[in-house]
Every structure is written in structure tokens, then in C-alpha cells.
Design a protein around this ligand. Structure first.
Ligand SMILES: [Ca+2]
Length: 319
């Protein structure tokens, strides 16, 4: 009975996504033919050449010889084909077990790890992760891998779904910024709230409260409601490694929205922008007139007990 239900659910998913899974049998080994190269064999079986080389104790530039048996790593065989699946790429908060995943639009339970077949696609995946745009993807599913539910889509082609809605973009220039307090200017510059949105990670807003500034806040306000899909944050004084670790860095914060929604975020203790994805299915982007960042916890600075936010950006669309 259970199996029947499972089959029915799988069938429904297939219909919803208009994808017909095909199960290709991966051979255990391949006998090298004249003219074959390791990279050619890797491409034929959809295996990264490094993985194929490793499975055979070879370097990835090794020659192969006619008649040589080459083992094909089983889990790299093309599994379910992914053809025109529609969904969003969602980034997990730093520290999560897996960094991102693909969320099928048609099925809230349809969640897969995601990987790019090449560097260009990796860049596109990173971009749509921030913009929260729906995408159509093609590729295949790898089974039994250390990723979400043991499954990972290797994306070989990606298209952004055309939409009549305004495009997702960096909304920060539309915002007025304010804060509960700020540190007075000194020889290093000024640390007003506007320093967190000036497009530079090396100029931080620094809270001016006593102690580490837990409870201090920075707020970006919009004249008209916006739909927020992601927030990116540089959690410290990112002018140099010395200044970054000399001051407090943001460890945990709460994002508060005018809708009443609150999202607790955890930040990794490292320089550079970190992405907080809010394009979570099925809830979708958050509609709000402000984004308020409230400091909850910090990584303690070596020299100073002041908490810095190098830069914050709000991504989404107007209206
Ligand atoms: Ca800045």
C-alpha cells in the first residue's frame, strides 16, 4: 500500500514538473577504444574527469590505452534527467549543513542539492540565488551523494523564467537608512548608518551603544513596499584582517520586517559579503516597507568592544 502511494506521489510529481525520469544504467567499467581520452570518457558518462581519474588511481591528465579497463564511479552515472524543471535556487544560512538547494515550484517537498556543470553556470546559479528569480533548469540528478536528501542536481543549462513582474535588483539605493546609535567619528573616518550602504565593505556602520551593542539596530526604510528576496551583509570592519578581528563582528541578528515577520540569521566569522536568502518557497519573498537588522550576538573583537557592519544590501523588487 505504501509503495502504491509512493508511486502515485512520484507520478504526480513527474506530471507537475513535466519531466519524465529515465533511468540510465551506468556500466561498472568501460574498455578504452582507439582514440579515447580520459576527458572524453568522463564527458560520455557525465563524470567530472577528476572523479574518474581518482576512481582509477590516475592523474586527470593521464593517458589511457586501447583495451584498458576504466572503472566508472557508479553514483556519477546520469540518473533522473532534469528537463525544464521550474523552481528557485535558495541559499541556506552560513553554518547550515548544505550551502544551497533547488526548490521545485510545483512541489514544496521537492528539494534537491544543486551543483553546476561548469564555472559559468556556477556564476549564474549564484546570481539567481541572490535575485530569487524562478529558473528553468536542465541536467540530471545524482543519487547517494552528501547533499540535501542524498540527491543533487547537476545543472547543465539554466534559463531565467521571463516574468511580467519588475526584475529583481539591489534595492538599497531606494532606502533611507537610520540606526539606534552610531560611534562618533575619529581618525579612521565616520561610522554613521549611511556607511553601511555606501557600496564599500571597508567603511562600516559602528554602533555607539555601551558594551557590544546587543539590541542596537540598523534600519533601511522604503517609501513604498518592496518584495525582499535576499539580504547580503559584510559582518565587520572589512578594511583589513587586523581591523576586522580587532572589532566585534556580527554573529547573530534578527531581520525584522514591516509585515511582522522576523528572520533570525547567523553569520560566519569571515570577511566579505554573506547572502541571506529570503526567497523561501512556498512563502516567497517578504513584502515590507523596512528591513531592520537587530544585533543579537557578536564575535568578540580582540581590541575593541564595538560592533561593525561593513555593508548591507537588500535585494528584491519594487511593488
Ligand atoms: Ca560601507
Amino acid at each position: 500500500m505504501r509503495r502504491v502511494i509512493l508511486v502515485a506521489v512520484l507520478a504526480a510529481i513527474c506530471i507537475l514538473t513535466a519531466a519524465v525520469p529515465t533511468y540510465a544504467q551506468t556500466p561498472d567499467a568501460y574498455v578504452v577504444q582507439r582514440g579515447d581520452t580520459l576527458s572524453g570518457i568522463a564527458a560520455r558518462f557525465g563524470v567530472p574527469v577528476e572523479e574518474l581519474a581518482r576512481a582509477n588511481g590516475l592523474s586527470s591528465h593521464a593517458w589511457v590505452y586501447t583495451g584498458q579497463r576504466v572503472s566508472i564511479p557508479a553514483h556519477w552515472g546520469p540518473g533522473d534527467l532534469v528537463e525544464d524543471w521550474v523552481g528557485t535556487v535558495v541559499k541556506n544560512p552560513p553554518g547550515a549543513q548544505f550551502d544551497d538547494y533547488f526548490q521545485l515550484r510545483s512541489n514544496p517537498g521537492g528539494r534537491y542539492g544543486v551543483a553546476a556543470a561548469d564555472d559559468r553556470l556556477a556564476g549564474e546559479l549564484a546570481h539567481v540565488c541572490v535575485t530569487g528569480q524562478d529558473v528553468r533548469i536542465w541536467g540530471y540528478v545524482r543519487d547517494g551523494v552528501p547533499d540535501v536528501n542524498g540527491k543533487q542536481i547537476v545543472v547543465q543549462r539554466l534559463e531565467v523564467v521571463e516574468s511580467s513582474l519588475p526584475p529583481m535588483r539591489d534595492l538599497t539605493p531606494l532606502a533611507e537608512v537610520s540606526a539606534s546609535s552610531f560611534y562618533p567619528p575619529d581618525r579612521g573616518g565616520s561610522y554613521e548608518p549611511s556607511a553601511a550602504v555606501d557600496g564599500r565593505v571597508d567603511t562600516p556602520w559602528v554602533e555607539g551603544a555601551s558594551g557590544a551593542g546587543r539590541g542596537a539596530w540598523l534600519m533601511l526604510s522604503f517609501k513604498r513596499p518592496v518584495q525582499v528576496t535576499a539580504v547580503t551583509i559584510d559582518p565587520g570592519y572589512d578594511r583589513s584582517s587586523h581591523l576586522f578581528y580587532a572589532n566585534n563582528r556580527l554573529k547573530r541578528a534578527v531581520l525584522v520586517f514591516s509585515s511582522g515577520e522576523q528572520v533570525q540569521i547567523d553569520l560566519a566569522d569571515r570577511t566579505g559579503m554573506q547572502t541571506i536568502s529570503l526567497a523561501r518557497a512556498p512563502g516567497g519573498p517578504i513584502t515590507t516597507t523596512f528591513v531592520k537588522l537587530v544585533i543579537e550576538d557578536v564575535y568578540q573583537g580582540r581590541l575593541y568592544d564595538d560592533t561593525c557592519v561593513g555593508e548591507i544590501q537588500v535585494w528584491g523588487r519594487e511593488g
